[in-house]
Design a protein around this ligand. Structure first.
Ligand code: NOJ
Length: 512
């Protein structure tokens, strides 16, 4: 296993994910921009977040909200210029914060110049930049394809939507004449270009990358060996040129991702993590009904801990631009306990913009920019009670996505002024994490009790904390806990003679 050094700042990083379209619009065009993010950095810092993941902000026709890049080296004009993005990096660093850009290495937009060139019948520099078969009648097996649109005779593999042709990093075991190996010239040139892109933004001042579909690069690579090797190659490059760059993968298999030299991997809402069982199913574990189960989630989590030699380092997000809002299934009190969990687990926590105020999933929206059912989780941030919830001065019909129209929609300004609000709770929980090393990214975790309540200990060289979470409405008793009650959420939590009595929908943090 590759144990590359972690950038020190990752240990106590608490991320805020910004979907730039919907965050804050300063030029009244109905869409967020870099200046808007700069203007709101103090809000993010006040919440306690010290790091940002910015969704793709590069030139794109926005068929998939920017995950279809048409020029990796140029900021999307709708957000500003490269110089504005650099100003954002500087403003972030001035506050001792860090920023990860979203790197999309697996595919481009069909409008990318590379793809346009690769569609030509004549051989050129980009002929092998994408995964093409050598006859339009042959489809690349198991990948979906684009065909019948090029003078070139062949079908081009896609990586996600059909407007996202797959970049060519080679096949693990090439079996057909058109399948190239990782060491062929085409795949090698793609990899070299990926490093150029990373170098370009790291030199400008970004602090690393969240990597989209990081496990998807080498084709027919069932157990990930080729893709791991590819990322190790990138790790060597980073170790030499940018040792402080942080790398977080959207992979969902931390043993593979960490072996590839990533510092942390995301826990995903699809695949085998059972993440949805906690927050996003019919009977979520964090619901007061107490009918959910975290068992399968924990079993999988433990399996991953083992596979990574105790270094699970899985980032658990409150939500993201691909899944339902946390508040779709949980009420405010339940979300407070969910955040007590999210902010006390190993790996850096990620808070999706607006989750800290319990923003709602906006129902029944028409898809915007390839959002489909995800569109409802991408609506404009609700800053205050003014026009357009303070998001933009544009006419309401020009907003990128319609706002939540509910009269009682939550907003940041009201919650800032209310000590009992979700935002205030999240703020206190972040501060608890930042003040206690045992709650941070690298401290160990051991599960003590599953079911209701859920009990686990977090431990570092200097401190141990027992976390007791009782999302169910019913009071519960936990035996064999002693120490100092550091912090509580929700109802009453008492600690006496090695016994903890914890109210319904409550959480307690005990320093042992
Ligand atoms: C994962 C991203 O989070 C999602 O929004 C996107 O549509 C796909 N990858 C394709 O890039």
């Amino acid at each position: 296993m590759n144990h590359s050094k972690q950038p020190a700042w990752l240990d106590n990083a608490v991320f805020y994910e910004i979907y730039p379209q919907s965050f804050y619009d300063t030029n009244a065009d109905g869409i967020g921009d870099f200046q808007g993010i700069i203007d709101k950095l103090d809000y993010i810092a006040d919440l306690g977040c010290n790091a940002i993941w910015l969704n793709p902000c590069f030139a794109s026709p926005f068929g998939d909200a920017g995950y279809d890049v048409s020029d990796y080296y140029t900021a999307a004009p709708r957000y500003g210029t490269n110089a504005d993005l650099k100003r954002l990096f500087d403003a972030v660093h001035k506050r001792d914060m860090h920023l990860l850009l979203d790197l999309v290495p697996g595919h481009t937009s069909v409008e990318h110049k590379w793809f346009q060139e690769s569609m030509k019948a004549e051989k050129n520099e980009y002929t092998d930049r994408y995964v093409w078969t050598d006859s339009v009648w042959e489809e690349p097996q198991g990948m979906g394809c684009l065909r019948g649109i090029s003078a070139r005779d062949g079908s081009c593999a896609i990586n996600f939507f059909s407007n996202q042709p797959a970049l060519n990093y080679g096949f693990y075991n090439p079996r057909r004449p058109w399948q190239q190996s990782m060491d062929d010239e085409g795949p090698k040139a793609t990899l070299a270009e990926l490093k150029n892109i990373m170098r370009f933004w790291l030199q400008m001042g970004c602090d690393g990358f969240r990597v989209d579909m990081a496990g998807s690069l080498v084709k027919h690579d069932e157990d990930g060996k080729g893709t791991i090797k590819l990322w190790q190659n990138i790790r060597d490059f980073l170790d030499k040129e940018f040792p402080d760059a942080a790398m977080v993968s959207e992979w969902g298999e931390p043993d593979k991702s960490l072996a590839g030299g990533f510092h942390m991997d995301f826990l995903l809402h699809f695949g085998s993590s059972h993440y949805n069982a906690l927050f996003r199913c019919n009977k979520p574990y964090f619901s007061k009904t107490g009918e959910g189960s975290a068992r399968e989630f924990i079993a999988k989590y433990k399996e991953n801990l083992q596979k990574t030699n105790g270094r699970g380092l899985m980032c658990i997000p409150s939500g993201n631009h691909d899944m339902d809002r946390l508040s779709r299934k949980l009420d405010t009190d339940e979300m407070k306990i969910a955040f007590a969990f999210l902010l006390s687990m190993p790996g850096a926590p990620f808070i999706y913009y607006g989750d800290e105020i319990g923003m709602r999933y906006v129902e029944n929206l028409t898809s915007v920019e390839g959002g489909y059912n995800r569109t409802g989780s991408r609506s404009p941030m609700q800053w205050d009670k003014s026009v357009n919830a303070g998001f933009s001065d544009a006419p309401a019909e020009k907003l990128y996505i319609p706002l939540d129209s509910a009269a009682d929609r939550p907003d940041a300004a009201s919650q800032l002024a209310d000590e009992s609000s979700l935002r205030s709770e999240v703020r206190r929980l972040i501060s608890l994490r930042l003040q206690n090393k045992a709650l941070q990214s690298h401290a160990e975790i051991a599960f003590v009790q599953e079911g209701y309540p859920l009990v686990y200990t977090r431990k570092c060289d200097t401190q141990q904390i027992t976390v007791i979470l009782n999302p169910a409405a019913k009071e519960a008793v936990v035996e064999n806990v002693s120490g100092k009650l550091l912090y509580t959420v929700g109802g009453e939590v008492t600690l006496k003679n090695g016994k903890c009595v914890i109210g319904g929908c409550s959480a307690g943090f005990v320093e042992n």
